[in-house]
Ligand binder design. Structure first.
Ligand SMILES: [Fe+2]
Length: 311
């Protein structure tokens, strides 16, 4: 796509979710990994970050797992300005080897999981619109940096993400060995659906039993939502159960409302062991026919598994 006059970039023009010409151009050029053009953030973008960050502080103190709070302080995030990924990485990389890596938008499933295997976290650089701080269907930098990245400072949690990436690698190897194309696609859909559900109910929306038995939040979808973090712990409308792998991999979910069902792990050691078990079940064929329903796998997701380099 050629740049039109109105799409020229200038300092402060804004990197607002779904309204950022810089992102549109990168995507139209097929560029997934991008730079973070920091000068493009508008004052309104910084103000959106400042408000999001300020209002969630009390809720983090009250509901977030201790490891997350430690992570926030280790990253030295600026409460007033959108973070620079380079600054975040300076604090993060020495701790666990993880790095936030700027992307232009949706990352196909295998590519996303494979990034985790290499300790890279695909990170959205746009900021949600200041007029809709509460809900947006797509991730933004507040979700990715304030919700996910503090967890990546914890060694056991970081190792769990890597382990998950390895499980996805095993999945790609398994499906690539299948000769019948129809069966191959059916397998990819079932196995990746199981992986995506596991990721959703743990990394994105997981709860953990705290030291004194109280429930704490470690899932990033909750940690980056002012409303849902409290709802997840306090609401009588939410069902909360000790995690069971066979349930999680067969449980559909919807992304457009607060989650009515959440699962609890005991510790990050527990979570790590569950990923081991997930991979074992995959190898034993137990993920081959999980229940249908959300999430659906796009053509792009399917192709990402078929085209993965698995040597
Ligand atoms: Fe996320």
């Amino acid at each position: 796509m050629a740049l039109t006059q109105t799409q020229q970039f200038y300092p402060g023009m804004g990197l607002t979710t779904t309204k950022a010409p810089f992102i549109e151009v990168a995507r139209s050029r097929g560029e997934l990994y991008i730079e973070q053009p920091y000068e493009l953030y508008s004052e309104e973008n910084h103000e959106a970050w400042r408000r999001l960050y300020a209002r969630i502080q009390d809720r983090w103190q009250r509901y977030a797992t201790e490891k997350f709070l430690e992570g926030v302080s280790k990253l030295c995030l600026d409460p007033n300005r959108v973070p620079r990924l380079d600054d975040v990485n300076q604090f993060l990389a020495p701790l666990t080897g993880f790095k936030a890596k700027a992307v232009s938008g949706y990352v196909p499933a295998y590519i996303f999981f494979d990034c985790l295997r290499r300790r890279e976290f695909p990170t959205t650089i746009t900021v949600r619109d200041i007029n809709s701080l509460d809900y947006l269907p797509e991730p933004d930098i507040f979700h990715d940096i304030a919700g996910h990245v503090p967890m990546h400072t914890d060694k056991r949690f970081a190792d769990t993400l890597v382990r998950f990436g390895e499980a996805a690698h095993t999945a790609a190897r398994i499906v690539q060995e299948i000769k019948d194309p129809e069966l191959q696609v059916q397998r990819i859909i079932s196995i990746t659906r199981a992986l995506a559900r596991f990721f959703w109910f743990t990394i994105e929306f997981g709860l953990m039993r705290g030291k004194n038995g109280e429930l704490k939040v470690y899932g990033s979808g909750l940690l980056s939502s002012y409303g849902e973090i409290a709802h997840a712990i306090e609401s009588p409308d939410v069902q909360r159960y000790p995690i069971q792998l066979e349930w999680v991999i067969n449980q559909y979910f919807e992304i457009d409302h607060y989650q009515p069902l959440l699962f609890i792990v005991d510790s990050f050691d527990h979570l790590f062991d569950l990923v081991d078990q997930l991979e074992r079940w995959m190898l034993e064929g137990k993920l081959n026919n999980v229940s249908p329903g959300e999430p659906t796998m796009s053509e792009e997701d399917i192709r990402s598994f078929l085209e993965a380099v698995v040597d």
